[in-house]
Design a protein around this ligand. Structure first.
Ligand code: FDA
Length: 302
């Protein structure tokens, strides 16, 4: 109930303006967001790299409705790739297709995506296409699959709460596309997605086994210790190398677990969001864990 309310409010422009303009909530958002400019993300990345952790840089922004804003997002993503190459930080990037104008025109979005992938190829930087709400799944899978035919360094995300994900994974794995597996962070109806956590978790484990056994350097993106333990057991029992996959977690969440996995010799990558459009991202993090809502409220009131 609280989760649904928070995910609903994530789309509310009036609450967004109030929260984003409020200095206190802006400060509190720093628990989950590296900062508002690329230099903040660079600083956070260096600190993570020093702990033996790789990074996926995510410029926040989604559902852009104006062509110029989509072009600006494209240029910002290219800037991030160039910064990674210039500074030699250990990072790749994550992008959202609705930030590149998917709502305006799929053709325009694909053109901008290809510009980013050209830059990724030139600088040897991998680009992951994040997965958004189910209204975009079909287009995202199709665009990622088409992009993979031309570019090596591209992958996408699959959400275990969707019924269709098993079929998508088989198709993408056969094509050699790199996949990040997540549970899914959006509000979805019973017609397309499992509603019970137990079903989402069970499907996650099934899909994870497919990826670990046959995937191209998959990312197991979760903070769920039972799932992470299962992954460690599965690779050990099947003689799969620790170097053939990576764990991924979100910035500011379960730092203890990130360090523990690094110490055990696993690849760990942390997703580092930055930028001024942090409101929907913060709301999704609160929806995942009500304790985060308490963290934001009590610190904002302090
Ligand atoms: P679950 O939600 O069951 O949580 C397990 C445990 O992890 C909790 O008990 C708690 O201890 C901890 N935890 C989880 N979330 C927390 C939070 N917000 N704050 C504090 N503790 C928390 N989704 C999507 O739809 N599209 C995408 O492209 C991505 N991309 C992405 C990248 C990366 C690197 C990660 C880690 C996650 C995503 N996600 C995503 C989000 C994902 O779908 C999911 O909502 C979150 O990862 C939370 O799910 P868990 O797997 O952690 O399990």
């Amino acid at each position: 109930m609280l989760k649904d309310t928070l995910l609903y409010l994530a789309q509310n422009p009036r609450l967004r303006d109030f929260v984003v303009q409020n200095k206190l909530t802006r400060n509190v958002s720093r628990r989950f967001v590296a900062g508002e400019v690329l230099e903040d993300a660079l600083r956070a990345t260096r600190a993570l790299n020093d702990r033996g952790i790789q990074v996926a840089l995510d410029l926040l922004g989604e559902n852009v409705a104006i062509k110029e804003e989509a072009a600006e997002a494209m240029r910002d993503y290219v800037n991030a790739i160039e910064l990674i190459a210039r500074t030699q930080i250990d990072a790749n990037i994550s992008i959202k297709l609705t930030a590149l104008g998917l709502d305006i025109s799929p053709q325009l979005c694909e053109e901008y995506l290809n510009t980013i992938l050209e830059s990724g190829r030139e600088h040897n930087v991998f680009v992951c296409i994040d997965m958004e709400g189910s209204a975009y799944t079909e287009q995202t899978v199709a665009l990622a699959s088409r992009a993979r035919e031309r570019y090596e360094l591209v992958g996408t995300v699959i959400q275990s709460y969707l019924y269709r994900s098993h079929d998508d994974i088989i198709k993408l794995v056969d094509q050699g596309t790199r996949i990040r597996l997540v549970k899914g962070a959006y509000q979805e109806s019973q017609s397309v997605a499992y509603q019970e956590k137990a079903d989402v978790d069970r499907n996650y484990v099934e899909l994870m086994h497919i990826l670990l056994a046959r995937g191209n350097f998959p990312a197991i993106a979760s903070h769920d210790e039972a799932i992470i333990d299962d992954a460690c057991r599965f690779v050990r029992d099947h003689g799969i190398s620790k170097s053939s996959f990576e764990f991924q977690m979100l910035y500011g969440i379960r730092r203890d677990l990130q360090d523990k996995l690094v110490k055990q010799g696993y690849n760990v990558r942390v997703y580092v969001p930055y930028g001024s459009h942090w409101y929907p991202y913060l709301m999704r993090r609160m929806a995942e864990r009500p304790a985060n809502l308490m963290f934001v409220v009590t610190n904002a009131l302090r």
